[in-house]
Design a binder for this molecule. Structure first.
Ligand SMILES: *Cc1c(COP(=O)(O)O)cnc(C)c1O
Length: 422
């Protein structure tokens, strides 16, 4: 390939990654992470980087709280309340007032709790003589686990699942809709959906809505309280940097909490767990979302990891995320020969999450996995999703504009290298 990078269409100043980094209001956050400076890590949408203070905290939890205090740590080290306490640390990051978020279990399990509970509430609210609420609407492009869980929840509640594009959720909801399950940001394309509009539409139809905010929590403002969302679930190991397999979170809107009838009413969500009563009486508040014994090691690692958000405003995160993804898209156009890659990620800011997904075109589609491998060899870590999608996550707390520049240049190089091997 003989194409040279074409930089003429861009303002030189705009392209100056160093200048953008110098003006970056979040630049100081990067030092709070342990990162290898030789690598450009653009996979924080799959597994967030390690916050610098976590190893020492985990060592203390293991050696002192577990090793020495043992069972006393449930009270003395605050283990018992960690799910609600950690939930209250996450709450402001997703636009929630305190007392509505609990941490525990995986996202998949929380999707189950929320969808079944949403169906139960919608049915309880349906007046006599109205059509039965027999349908669960599921985002047609959903992350697979949500779809599998919703299908099982539907079988258990005597409902049927209907796949609907997220953007059409408001219009699709009708008198038979019990619940809708929507991904706030599409994990594959990075498209951001309108939380307030879909919520209002489902509510107009008398249904309840569950948001999966795995790809927006910690990446952009998520206005759960303001939008009227009923339930939300999210990962903490992606943009919240909680570590591999860190427990997920569940948001239950305050006014729904008294009616939140969890399909997994474990003993730790009992009003008085240590009464060891034979009959179940749910706790008040967010604790009602608990199931069994919390996953303490992972949870306390997450709690420590959330310290990187102290003093960070989500508006600043959003500003930088959009600037980074704009810059990366422009630099990809400059560095990668024309016609090879198409962005699946919307150009429009109001429809863009915090990642860029590039579809390999033509002959390159079958070689996409090799392009990503070639990028890894060049010290740039993104990921590959079948059939031919290259995903790059932008995490404003630790990604720099210099990283984006290096990644785009390496991508141009990787494409040329793969093509030259044909
Ligand atoms: C990552 C992700 C999940 C993961 O669910 P787990 O139960 O943590 O494996 C679920 N939903 C979405 C939208 C995701 O992006």
């Amino acid at each position: 390939m003989s194409e040279q990078p074409d930089t003429t269409e861009f303002d030189a100043a705009e392209l100056d990654a160093a200048a953008l980094d110098a003006a970056d209001e979040l630049a100081a956050c990067r030092k709070n992470f342990l990162l290898d400076d030789g690598t450009v890590y653009l996979d924080g949408n799959s597994l967030g980087a390690l916050p610098r203070s976590v190893p020492a905290r985990l060592a203390d939890v293991v050696e002192r709280e577990w090793g020495s205090l043992l069972i006393r740590s449930w009270s003395e080290s605050g283990w018992w309340d960690a799910p609600e306490r950690t939930g209250d640390r996450i709450a402001p990051l997703v636009g929630a007032a305190e007392g509505q978020v609990v941490v525990g279990d995986s996202t998949s399990v929380n999707v189950f709790k929320a969808v079944v509970a949403a169906v139960r509430i919608a049915r309880e609210e349906t007046a006599a003589g109205r059509p039965a609420r027999t349908e669960i609407l599921v985002d047609a492009a959903t992350f697979p686990t949500d779809g599998y869980v919703a299908a099982s929840a539907a079988r258990m509640t005597g409902a049927a699942v209907r796949a609907v594009p997220a953007a059409e959720m408001a219009a699709a909801a009708g008198p038979t809709t019990a619940a809708a399950l929507v991904n706030h940001v599409d994990y594959r394309t990075g498209e951001l959906h309108d939380l307030a509009a879909a919520t209002a539409g489902v509510h107009r139809a008398g249904g309840r809505i569950v948001w999966d905010v795995c790809h927006s929590a910690g990446a952009l403002p998520v206005e759960l309280d303001a939008s009227g969302a009923d339930f939300a679930v999210g990962c903490t190991y992606k943009y919240l940097n909680g570590g591999p397999g860190a427990p997920a979170f569940l948001y239950v809107r305050r006014e729904l909490q008294p009616r939140f009838d969890s399909p997994l009413p474990g003993w730790t969500s009992h009003r008085d767990p240590f009464a060891m009563a034979s009959g179940y009486e749910p706790a008040e508040g967010a604790a009602r979302g608990r199931v069994g014994t919390p996953d303490i090691l992972s949870m306390l690692a997450l709690e420590e990891a959330l310290g990187v958000w102290d003093g960070v405003g989500m508006e600043a995160v959003r500003r930088k995320s959009l600037a980074l993804t704009d810059f990366f898209m422009a630099r990809v156009r400059a560095h990668v020969p024309e016609g090879r890659l198409t962005s699946l990620t919307p150009e429009a800011h109001e429809r863009r999450g915090s990642q860029v997904s590039l579809l390999c075109e033509g002959e390159l589609e079958a070689e996409a996995e090799r392009v990503m491998a070639a990028l890894h060899e060049r010290g740039v870590v993104g990921d590959f999703r079948r059939p031919g999608v290259l995903r790059f996550g932008f995490t404003p707390l630790y990604t720099s504009f210099a990283d984006a520049e290096r990644a785009a240049a390496a991508l141009g190089d990787a494409v040329r290298a793969v093509e030259s091997e044909r």
